[in-house]
Design a protein around this ligand. Structure first.
Ligand SMILES: C[S@@+](CC[C@H](N)C(=O)[O-])C[C@H]1O[C@@H](n2cnc3c(N)ncnc32)[C@H](O)[C@@H]1O
Length: 227
């Protein structure tokens, strides 16, 4: 069983993250092997805390100081006290297994170091418009080690503006991006429409969620040499 951390500010917004339990090591095996995940846009730990509790090591990349160090938010739906990621890690004694990198992930090397790379709800955010969606997703995928998994949760356009801008692809558009040589597409699911209001988009609105789960195939084995 894998779930998001519901105490995160983002905790009650929809995510397909629990479906990852079908594809990644968990339980005693993960606690022994300590696989490494990179969470892009780690925020206050909605995905990182459950992975750490399950035995993973996590590198979290984030540019927003508020969700790393805590603070307060006054939004149309009321006042929010945000406990930052660092305090949440310390409360559970998990800080030694989580490295926080305060940078745009597009400035980091993509050397295939991680058994899992997670990105959710970030590619349509304005700062990422400096890159094409394909460049953003390929850079994230290139951080995955052979044998590892890429989990990319994205939004499908619901109106003409979203459809035109190129950052809200339909599942066919995302499939074109993630179907690459050496990769196997496990799932690319249209997950339906949900109404919500949140930081960055406080007016009540709808999002159509989707997620791609893609496996980076290990290189072919060298044939055994005969002496
Ligand atoms: C909308 S929040 C979602 C938080 C959580 N991951 C979730 O899905 O509920 C996306 C987070 O990604 C971060 N982010 C967006 N683009 C980023 C980038 N290029 N590098 C690092 N962090 C980024 C934002 O600062 C924000 O905290």
């Amino acid at each position: 069983m894998l779930d998001v951390d519901h105490k995160s500010y983002w905790g009650d917004y929809f995510s397909y993250f629990p479906a990852l339990a079908r594809y990644i090591p968990l339980g005693e095996y993960a606690r022994r092997v300590r696989p490494r995940a990179c969470v892009l846009g780690i925020s206050d730990g909605k995905f990182a805390l459950p992975l750490l509790r399950a035995g993973w090591e996590v590198v979290g990349v984030e540019t927003d100081d508020l969700f790393l160090n805590g603070g307060e938010l006054d939004l149309v739906d009321g006042h929010h006290d945000i406990m930052g990621l660092r305090e949440r890690l310390a409360t559970e004694g998990l800080e030694d297994r989580c490295t926080v990198v305060e940078q745009d992930y597009m400035t980091l090397p993509a050397d295939g170091d991680f058994q899992l790379v997670v990105g959710s709800g970030l590619w349509s955010m304005p700062p990422n418009r400096a890159h094409s969606l394909e460049a953003l997703v390929h850079h994230a995928m290139d951080m995955v080690a052979p044998g590892g998994i890429f989990f990319g949760e994205y939004l499908i356009g619901l109106n003409d503006d979203e459809r035109r801008c190129g950052y809200y692809p339909d599942t066919a558009g995302m499939e074109q991006i993630v179907k690459r040589p050496g990769w196997e597409l496990f799932e690319n699911a249209d997950l339906g429409i949900r109404g919500e209001s949140h930081l960055g988009y406080e007016q009540w609105h709808y999002h159509r969620y989707a997620a791609a789960i893609v496996h980076r195939m290990p290189p072919p084995r060298e044939p055994a040499r005969e002496n």
